[in-house]
Design a protein around this ligand. Structure first.
Ligand SMILES: NC(=O)c1ccc[n+]([C@@H]2O[C@H](COP(=O)([O-])OP(=O)(O)OC[C@H]3O[C@@H](n4cnc5c(N)ncnc54)[C@H](O)[C@@H]3O)[C@@H](O)[C@H]2O)c1
Length: 368
């Protein structure tokens, strides 16, 4: 499957969004990638179309989908793990209701999706399952095509009316402390301790449900901690790694909120962006897992990251002040098994710890 031409990104001003937007604009043309967020980002607005959009405003989301004839959505807007604990209801609302708005509008029909047009003859009218106060004029792209409802509660007869491509990131936060922490398998029981983890488990199940019942081509990755240098991290537990690299580049001491030996799975942002793109272009038959794929690249503890940084920054100093992020990290796996992703769609990472540290420090120290 080749991604279409009219792509919408939500939460595009975030850590992942900035880099994914740049890559998608490079691949598909800047004018075809519509970046949205509730905050402005000069970097994104200067390089292509940008709209202010709160994903909880379903009418506005529908309007933007219609306006740009969107066929593919990368839905990134979320509240992350550490921030989520400070506002549990808001985290549930944004992470789950926001996703449901996207999935419902995909179900109603993304106007740019060519497969939707070919499926028109096979469909009949249906109403949104999740009507809200602002739903009354939210029929993005429903001018002519709508999906048939399934006769069966498991919806197996609607997969042929596949409509709307959606990418949605899950997280290693779906895992809880009841699992073996090393090489945690794809199909482990999911008993997270954080509200963020609960929203990601629910989100994975909603993705699988919309795929199974309504044929939505939604694809997902369970990202580990993502390490980028282009923006400030947004409130995740693994942000300490980005903060440590930034402190080292500035020649500052670093106060680490995670204990020295707490190992976590991680990935350089360039690999994360590539993983999303790779998953989105493979044929649907190869996407066997419709909850979310484990993906990983490396695992390290703060102590190991510190040592890797000292190979480049002599005398870089760090002190440890574990806070709630250490407790969250301790409930997650040290490493995860991503062999299904490697087998199904040839996932391969490029960066390990030494090459990631070298690259990030080089970029942070390069002017412009
Ligand atoms: N960063 C990581 O290490 C990591 C790891 C695993 C999964 N993920 C997932 O990747 C996605 C992106 O993460 P990120 O690191 O870029 O997060 P981030 O916090 O940097 O960015 C999230 C963006 O969402 C925006 N946003 C917040 N509320 C919104 C709303 N109501 N409507 C629209 N936009 C809104 C924010 O302004 C922000 O720009 C999230 O779904 C996150 O759960 C991230």
């Amino acid at each position: 499957m080749k991604s279409g031409n009219n792509i919408l990104i939500t939460g595009a001003a975030g850590q992942l969004g900035i880099e994914l937007t740049a890559k998608l604009r490079e691949e598909f043309g800047a004018e075809n990638v519509i970046a949205t967020d509730i905050r402005e980002s000069e970097k994104i607005a200067e390089s292509g179309p940008f709209e202010m959009l709160d994903v909880l405003d379903k009418n506005h989301l529908a309007e933007i989908i219609r306006k740009y004839k969107i066929d593919t959505i990368y839905h990134l807007a979320a509240i992350l793990s550490a921030k989520g604990e400070a506002n549990i209801k808001k985290t549930w609302q944004l992470n789950v209701d926001g996703l449901l708005n996207v999935l419902e509008l995909a179900r109603e029909g993304l106007p740019g999706d060519v497969r939707r047009r070919s499926a028109q003859s096979a469909v009949s009218g249906t109403e949104s399952e999740f009507e809200t106060d602002n739903d009354s004029c939210s029929n993005a792209g429903t001018d002519s095509a709508r999906h048939s409802k399934s006769d069966s509660i498991f919806g197996s007869n609607v997969a042929s009316t596949a409509n709307g491509r959606v990418f949605w990131p899950s997280s290693i936060a779906v895992f809880g402390p009841d699992l073996p922490r090393k090489n945690t398998p794809q199909d482990s029981p999911l008993n997270p301790l954080t509200v963020y983890g609960i929203t990601k488990v629910a989100g994975e199940q909603w993705c699988a449900y919309y795929h199974r019942k309504f044929g939505i081509d939604v694809r997902s990755l369970r990202f580990p901690g993502l390490i980028g240098y282009k923006s400030e991290p947004g409130g995740g537990t693994t942000d300490y790694a980005v903060d440590m690299l930034r402190s080292a580049a500035k020649g500052h001491k670093f106060k680490c909120p995670v204990g020295p030996k707490t190992r976590l799975p991680m990935m350089y942002m360039e690999d994360a962006v590539q993983a999303a793109l790779d998953l989105m272009v493979v044929d649907p038959e190869r996407v066997r897992i419709r909850t979310s794929y484990n993906v990983t690249a490396m695992s390290f503890s703060p102590e190991e990251l510190h040592k890797a940084i000292r190979n480049h920054v002599n005398g870089f100093q760090i002190t440890y002040h574990p806070d709630q992020r250490d407790a969250i990290a301790a409930s997650w796996p040290e490493s995860i098994d991503d062999s299904p992703a490697r087998e199904d769609w040839n996932w391969e990472h490029r960066y390990d710890l030494p090459s990631m540290v070298r690259e990030v420090l080089h970029k942070l120290n390069s002017p412009g």
